[in-house]
Design a protein around this ligand. Structure first.
Ligand code: SF4
Length: 93
């Protein structure tokens, strides 16, 4: 757990570096994996609920499957997403 001062210090580094992200407890994931994990977390930890999400105006909605719908079959699908890095974060800060 980080103190408020530690969080402020980490947030003050812009743009974030790999070293900073590791220090902050993040694991290396792709943007699509992060979106997928975020949507599952937003859905109470349920992949099925993320699939059924009806918030179609949400900016993440097109990507909640972990795939890239604008790239069709070439879109890489995030699987086996590790949610540890996103636990405790609020879906819409
Ligand atoms: S509301 Fe947005 S972030 Fe939450 S599950 Fe639906 S698409 Fe994902």
């Amino acid at each position: 757990m980080f103190t408020d001062a530690e969080k402020k210090s980490l947030a003050g580094v812009w743009p974030p570096t790999p070293e900073l992200l590791t220090k902050a407890g993040h694991e290396r994931v792709s943007p699509l994996e992060a979106i997928r994990a975020f949507c599952v977390e937003c859905s109470g930890g349920s992949p099925q609920e993320a699939r059924l999400c009806q918030a179609i105006s949400c900016q993440l909605w097109p990507f909640r499957s972990g795939g890239h719908p604008w790239h069709g079959a070439k879109g890489r699908r995030a699987t086996n997403v590790n949610l540890r890095g996103l636990r405790g974060q609020q879906p819409h800060p």
